[in-house]
Design a protein. Sequence first.
Length: 240
Amino acid sequence: MKTTTLLRMSVGVIAGLLSLPALRAEVRTLTDKQGRSIKADVIAVTGEQVKIKREDGQVFNLPLASLSEDDQQSLKAWAAANPPKLGADELLLQFSRGKFGTEKEVQSEGAVTAYKDQWGYSLTLTNKSKQVLSDLRAEYILFVKQDAGPGNKEKDPGLRRVKSSTKAAPLPLHASTTFRTDTVASYRYVLQPGWVWGGAGGSSKPIRDSLHGMWLRVYVGDQLVIEKITPEDLAKTEKW
């Protein structure tokens, strides 16, 4: 069968070429629904288009729907096995720290009331790429700063670490998804009026732990796309 050009490129098609990082190209012979064929390097499959490079070096996009059913299924399978690498600005992160619950846990002889606060982060990811992002997950470590209490400042209990991960549903083009990390328990011990802590020089200041920070890694498949450490100085004292 004579090899012919499937579609003529218009100025609009040229202007719409996607500037995605190149994948490992694969030479294929593609056939359209009219039986015409072309031999080209397949560079990327994005949404409903396939980006190809002809033997003469010309690069352009073809609608997947214009190709044979066999080629469409084969190209989609190839794309799933060879996802394009995302640029640093193609997946955006916003986050905020919050308290998501409080429980009064114990009351000791009417003098001390203990509270267990549940703290965590709310994460919002926005897809700025030209593809649906699947196999999206966040791995993170939450750091809790423990309060040794009045009179025990010479004893630094350090940071308590809680490591976990969260998977997100596939993220469509130009869409956002918001989800929470796991929460960590942060304890508060509050004295009733008129009471002071023993051996603390008359202090009645509450004892409280606090969510100190987070080390976050966001992956699409096996690609690490985002790494965020807050506060940044955690990287000097902690390891992943």
